[in-house]
Design a protein around this ligand. Structure first.
Ligand code: CA
Length: 657
């Protein structure tokens, strides 16, 4: 942090007022005016490095504080008097004991003077291994004088941090900034939209930006060009890819399908990293940050891994390892991280569900997700010709039926003796479910919506239950948590009954109307959610953004389709937001989506043409789209009720014939 004043060292004394009026934040550039120091600070990035530019006032007390944090850190001022290196061991868990985040800071001029501290205590000399190492380096500046700092970090070593600094080359600040902007233009330009409002463009590209932030690259490139990584699982430096910082409970739903469609080369690296995670820890992560973390439920790494294998994204050499990893995850749970693997697998694999009364919380949510995860693995088993595995897994994928309560037509916790949990309230959050209630979780049958429709008594019964989610009042029971979690508040303020878009379990629900012959209801609600729960303002999200999942929902929905069931080939049609959208695929093909008469009023689909031919399905196939496709939606202001709600005469058929 740039400072003015010799005594401005610890975080209390160096703090500064700043205003958002004097701040600029872009994906490739950030600047802020630090009012108490009269300094403008700017930064522009590469992948593992950045260049900083500090514009100082007239002062002989100008300086920069490099704070390596408390709980164990190291600082060294190098003999060239221009460079500071060090590491921090500060972390909040999920790392081996030898974790170090190395850094290097190289200034464009000689440091005039410096002082190392351990916390607030000055320390003599040019280096310190201490509890809290930090250094203040000093410069004399005239008004408007700029000091440049080139910085890089590494999880591997000091030498690798120096290597990573090479990403900046000899580029000056403006060149680094221009290259970063070009890189973001390339990433965000994969999808081009037109025929919307400025605010819709801002919302769309903000969502696309957030969809590409996580997971993050945790691998580095050595001086010979080899890919390597510090393993957050076993603490070794090993060859190959590694990504981290994502929670699959959220991101299996549409974030990873978006990567498979638009950025498959990135997900190929992520999948290679998942195979490494299994090799290094014996488990696929469910919540990596950066190692295994105990968070949420399910075994949805199976969805993330399967979708990539089935869509041809996964590197060939990692498929066998990843298949083995998915099967292994069905039969064990991590010894210290209960959300990794399958907590309750012994019950699930014998009874077909995780019971409500065996002291495993959120058991119904676990069962429903395990069943879907089994279906995902089954699809890979089929592709690999493992017919016995496939049959066993397909059977297990029907386990969701064990929790369906015909009396309430909702999913409900079930005791080990086969009786349902009592008492039961569909408004109770948590308990048998995870950050949601039975109204939200009953739809977590991504892979067999037709089966769920049968359980609910056919299309009419199913549609009535879906309608009910929006109609029942936004009342809640928060007794499981003992306080109102923010997800509940977000549901209440949305004015959509018990529909809770601010959290993830219900986010595919709107699209299920398509399976029951009422696609116009999906079209209505998709547009309502896009219009009312997303905006281009600082409060433009309706709840947790959650590693890109809530953003990826919008990106898909604005294009006009959504991946209800990852690991299947289908995207379910909703209501396209723009008059035209073009997806520029990595293979050089384009998906051109047109809705020339689209408008806020014309939210309903009247007809669809695919490559110039009438198209009567209400889903699109991934395998068709990646070949390049032209999809034309005819939009209209009122729903097409003229056809009934039975399968044969629905306006768009879910028939796969
Ligand atoms: Ca969430």
């Amino acid at each position: 942090m740039p400072v003015r004043g010799r005594d401005k060292v610890d975080e209390e004394s160096r703090q500064s007022w700043f205003s958002h009026q004097s701040e600029e934040a872009r994906p490739y550039y950030y600047s802020v005016y630090l009012a108490d120091h009269d300094i403008k600070a700017e930064i522009a990035p590469t992948e593992r490095a950045a260049i900083m530019r500090f514009t100082f006032p007239e002062s002989d007390e100008s300086g920069v504080v490099i704070d390596a944090f408390d709980r164990g850190s190291y600082i060294r001022v190098m003999h060239d008097k221009r460079t500071v290196v060090g590491y921090t061991t500060r972390n909040s868990g999920g790392v081996p004991d030898n974790f170090k985040n190395w850094f290097i800071v190289r200034f464009d001029r000689k440091i005039r003077d410096f002082q190392i501290y351990d916390g607030t205590k000055p320390v003599e000399g040019e280096q310190l291994v201490g509890e809290h190492a930090l250094v203040r380096v000093g410069f004399v500046t005239h008004r408007g004088e700029q000091v440049m700092a080139r910085v890089a970090s590494s999880f591997i070593s000091e030498e690798q941090a120096v290597q990573n600094l090479g990403e900046l080359g000899k580029d000056d600040f403006e060149t680094v900034k221009a290259k970063a902007q070009a890189r973001w233009d390339e990433v965000l330009g994969r999808i081009e939209v037109e025929g919307g409002t400025t605010d819709q463009y801002r919302t769309f590209y903000s969502c696309l930006y957030r969809s590409t932030l996580f997971p993050r690259k945790f691998y580095e490139i050595d001086k010979n060009g080899n890919i390597l990584h510090y393993s957050p699982y076993n603490g070794e430096v090993l060859p190959g890819y590694m990504y981290t910082d994502t929670g699959f409970w959220d991101t299996f739903r549409s974030l990873f399908p978006l990567l498979n469609l638009v950025y498959p080369s990135v997900n190929a690296e992520i999948q290679a990293g998942l195979a490494n995670a299994y090799r290094e820890s014996g488990f696929l992560p469910e919540w990596a940050s950066p190692g295994h973390r105990g968070c949420m439920v399910g075994n949805n790494s199976a969805s993330v891994v399967s979708d990539a294998i089935l869509k041809g994204v996964t590197p060939e050499e990692d498929i066998a390892t990843l298949y083995e990893a998915m099967l292994a995850g069905r039969r064990k749970v991590h010894p210290t991280v209960s959300s990794t693997g399958r907590w309750g697998y012994e019950y699930y694999n014998t009874l077909g569900y995780v019971p409500y009364d065996v002291n495993i919380p959120e058991n119904a949510a676990r069962t429903l997700e395990y069943a879907y995860d089994d279906w995902c693995i089954a699809q890979v088993a089929k592709k690999l010709g493992k017919t016995n595995d496939a049959a066993m897994l397909e059977k297990a994928s029907q386990n969701y039926k064990n929790l369906f309560d015909p009396e309430t037509r909702l999913m409900r916790g079930r005791n080990a003796d086969g009786t349902f949990q009592t008492p039961f309230s569909p408004y109770k959050w948590g308990d048998a479910f995870t950050e949601g209630n039975a109204w939200h979780y009953t739809w977590s049958v991504f892979h067999d919506v037709e089966g769920l429709i049968d359980l609910m008594g056919g299309h009419k019964g199913f549609t009535r239950m879906l309608d009910s989610v929006f109609v029942v009042p936004p009342v809640y029971d928060d007794s499981y948590y003992g306080f109102r979690i923010h997800e509940i508040t977000e549901m209440q303020v949305a004015d959509m009954g018990n529909y809770a878009h601010g959290n993830q379990p219900a986010q595919h629900m709107i699209y299920l109307y398509n399976y029951a012959g009422a696609p116009w209801k999906a079209q209505y609600w998709a547009r309502e959610v896009m219009d009312r729960l997303y905006s281009a303002c600082p409060d433009g999200y309706c709840g947790d953004e959650d590693n890109g999942q809530t953003s990826a929902w919008y990106v898909f929905s604005a294009l006009g389709f959504y991946p209800v069931c990852p690991a299947s080939d289908e995207y379910v049609v909703g209501s396209p937001l723009f008059r035209k959208a073009v997806v520029n695929l990595e293979n050089g093909n384009k998906i051109v989506l047109e809705a020339p008469d689209n408008s806020p009023e014309n939210r309903y689909i009247g007809a669809v043409q695919f490559d110039g031919k009438s198209y009567t399905y209400n889903f699109l196939r991934h395998s068709d789209l990646v070949k390049g496709a032209g999809v034309r939606f005819s939009m209209r202001p009122d729903p097409d009720y003229t056809r009934g709600t039975e399968p044969g005469d629905a306006p768009y058929s879910f028939s796969r014939e």
